[in-house]
Design a protein around this ligand. Structure first.
Ligand code: C2E
Ligand code: MG
Ligand code: MG
Length: 689
């Protein structure tokens, strides 16, 4: 070690040594940037190109460091350089480094980085010793093998270490460590290599004059630094281009292509920013959800091209109405959203008026004028919500209210009114998920003939156990499913499940399945029922559908047409909840129902209420005259049963006979035969009642 230091201190010109070290470490820094960029490339060609630049920079660094350090070597003996071998040594450095770098990044396995680092270390060594061969000196040169081996080992070890560091992304001083290790591998090789050499001077010729040597040192250093700088420039230019294209892509990703307005991602970003500003300045902030009113109509009647023109025109118009501090974006098909930061409410009202008139003014299309209009929902920060998500949600809720209200186009968020909508929306989302995950079940409730006490069948009733809220009554979730069309899927599931389960029963009892008005409006329903009957093997006579009058009233002609087709299959049709709705005689006349189900609400106080009894009597009389059997629902007490028997009711259903429960065990001794006729109470019904 001391010998190496003595060699550097006494046999070299100090400032030239410093110059060579400067070239070496500056070059190492450039090599690192170029290698890093190459590593990040997926395409092999790009990786190869960056590796090539890195190899040229590495070759120049190694060669210039060596050459300047050789010029710094001054032992008073004349020397010259063989030009061909000196050039070859440069090529050795470039080609060797290139092989090493490509090997280091090749997909040959985990040894690739180590192998690559070793090859680069060998390239540094090869360059040095080929360069030394080009060094012609007047004297006898002797080599110390130990130092030669040590120099090569150092080059290889430090170079492999540098390559190892390159992959340590999370390391704090990764770059500094790489530059240090790579630089040390070049410098240590050179100076240990120089220590390995001893010269016995002969002084036969003049060698290179000192001024020429100085000029050569400076020119070499300048050339080396130039090459390194060229590599760094390539890196910087690429960095700039990448930044610009990234900005361009970001801009595109944040803009709506059709209207040129910012899109939902951009407004979300802006909302975060505006909330921070409002918080800092104490100003008011409003988020405005906007939904176009007649856009779908225009799209359907005039086509998508007209729809696009309408959106583009409206987008341009609203953009033109904006003042400073206002922001608008297109967030969906016909949905826009705006942000307004204001000092007083008048500013917000003013913006709303401008937006409203921009969206209401008619638009000239090729096929004529169209008027669109919009509904606005507004939520303010921090009064209505404090987070961006809650603010947009609440504005949406207010907008839905504005949309369903024919008297207003603008609604401010009102927790009392909008929370119910939120709950329904959440329930709808949960329902959709429950359908996908098959989280429903059917319960069955007994229906019996009142005279004989014989079982007529069971009504299938849908049950949903919510993962967090527990059992949710169908009275709550069926209307939600009807609101968003989910009932079609759900109804099909009920029909299929009921038919399959009932087909397994050993007794030939019927099953009654509730059918929603929306299902009845579907002309495909008879086909679906037929297909399910075929699939399940259930005889059509064992299936009965239950529907309410509302199902028929919506579109009478279509409903009756569908009902006739269902009846033609041999399936029974019962009119459910009779007495609560229209209770129209016309409905009973228009279609030959197989059963009238008298609503359970009449049973509640039948013992005490002469009016309830009068209604029951008249419905029973109606049934008799039309020859349609009547089933009374909601029988909970024996007294009710006694009255119904006396009045001549045909069938009964209610907690007294049995609560709805999972698929009954229908053996001959089963609970289906529970005999509450004529008087005694079963343990089950005693609990129920
Ligand atoms: P619904 O068709 O009139 O069914 C009878 C309802 O009365 C059932 O309520 C049943 O549990 C209840 N009930 C039966 N006996 C008694 C009694 O003695 N006392 C009292 N208080 N109630 C009794 P549930 O199961 O909660 O269903 C409510 C409504 O939800 C059904 O009224 C029906 O309109 C609808 N629904 C249930 N399942 C389905 C289905 O699968 N599809 C469709 N579209 N609607 C269904
Ligand atoms: Mg029913
Ligand atoms: Mg009913």
């Amino acid at each position: 070690m001391i010998e190496i230091l003595l060699c550097v201190a006494y046999e070299h010109e100090p400032w030239l040594v410093l110059l060579s070290a400067l070239i070496c470490f500056a070059g190492s820094a450039a090599i690192m940037q170029l290698l890093d960029r190459g590593r990040a490339m997926d395409a092999w060609l790009q990786r190869f190109a960056w590796n090539f630049l890195a190899s040229v920079a590495a070759g120049a660094t190694i060669w210039c460091t060596h050459f300047v350090a050789m010029l710094a070597y001054q032992i008073g003996v004349p020397f010259t350089f063989d030009p061909v071998q000196t050039t070859v040594s440069l090529l050795v450095a470039i080609i060797g480094a290139n092989i090493g770098f490509n090997l280091a990044f090749s997909p040959i396995g985990r040894v690739a980085p180590l192998l690559g680092g070793v090859v680069v270390g060998l390239a540094i060594s090869a360059m040095h010793y080929v360069g030394m061969n080009a060094y012609r000196i007047d004297g006898i040169v002797e080599w110390n093998r130990g130092y030669v081996v040590a120099s090569v080992l150092c080059a290889v070890l430090f170079s492999a270490g540098a390559r190892f560091i390159l992959d340590r992304e999370t390391m704090k001083y990764r770059r500094v460590a790489f530059v240090a290790l790579f630089g040390i591998s070049v410098v240590s090789l050179h100076f240990i290599g120089m220590t390995a050499m001893t010269i016995q001077p002969l002084a036969l010729s003049d060698g290179i004059p000192p001024e020429t040597m100085l000029a050569m040192a400076l020119v070499t250093a300048a050339l080396g630094l130039l090459i390194i700088a060229a590599g760094v420039c390539a890196f910087l230019i690429d960095d700039r281009v990448r930044l610009e294209s990234f900005e361009k892509m970001r801009e595109m990703a944040m803009t709506d292509g059709l209207t040129g307005l910012p899109n939902r991602f951009r407004i979300r970003e802006e909302l975060d920013h505006q909330i921070a500003l409002a918080e800092a300045t104490g100003s008011g902030l409003a988020f405005i959800a906007i939904d176009l009113d007649r856009f779908k109509e225009i799209n359907d009647t005039h086509g998508h091209k007209a729809g696009d023109t309408v959106l583009a025109t409206l987008g341009q118009r609203v953009a033109e109405t904006l003042d400073a501090g206002e922001f608008i974006a297109r967030v969906g098909g016909d949905e826009f959203a705006a942000i307004k930061r204001y000092e007083n409410r008048a500013g917000l009202t003013d913006m709303l008026e401008r937006l409203e008139s921009a969206l209401q003014a008619p638009i000239e299309l090729d096929m004529g004028r169209v008027g669109v209009g919009a509904s606005f929902g507004i939520a303010t920060y921090p009064e209505d919500a404090e987070t961006p998500d809650a603010l947009t949600n609440n504005a949406d809720l207010a907008m839905y209210r504005a949309k369903s209200d024919t008297t207003r186009t603008t609604c401010f968020y009102d927790p009392a009114m909008d929370e119910a909508i939120r709950e329904r929306r959440e329930l709808a989302a949960d329902l959709r998920e429950a359908l996908e995950r098959d989280c429903f079940e059917l319960h069955y409730q007994l229906q019996k003939e009142i005279g004989s006490g014989d079982v007529r069948g069971y009504e299938a009733l849908l049950r949903w156990t919510h993962p967090e809220r527990g059992a949710i009554p169908p009275g709550l979730f069926i209307p939600v499913a009807e609101e968003n069309g989910l009932i079609l899927q759900l109804g099909e599931w009920v029909l299929r499940r009921a038919c399959h389960e009932v087909s397994q029963w050993t007794n030939p009892w019927k099953v009654a399945v509730n059918v929603s008005p929306l299902q009845l409006a579907d002309v495909e329903l008879p086909k679906l029922i037929q297909q399910i009957l075929l699939e399940s093997g259930l005889s059509p006579s064992r299936l009965e559908i239950e529907l309410t009058e509302t199902a028929i009233m919506n579109d009478r002609a279509r409903a009756l047409h569908v009902l006739r087709q269902i009846k033609a299959l041999g399936v029974g049709v019962a009119l459910d909840d009779f007495g609560t709705g229209y209770s129209s005689l016309e409905t009973l006349r228009a279609f030959p129902f197989d059963k009238i189900k008298l609503d359970g609400s009449f049973m509640a106080d039948v013992e005490k209420s002469p009016q309830a009894l009068a209604i029951i009597r008249s419905v029973l009389a109606l049934g008799k005259s039309l020859s349609i059997p009547v089933l009374a629902e909601g029988i909970e007490r024996h007294s009710q049963l006694t009255i119904l028997r006396r009045e001549g009711c045909d069938e009964v259903q209610g907690y007294l006979l049995g609560r709805p429960g999972p698929m009954p065990d229908l053996g001959p001794e089963s609970g289906a035969g529970l005999d509450v006729f004529p008087v005694q109470l079963s343990p089950d019904s005693r609990r129920a009642g």
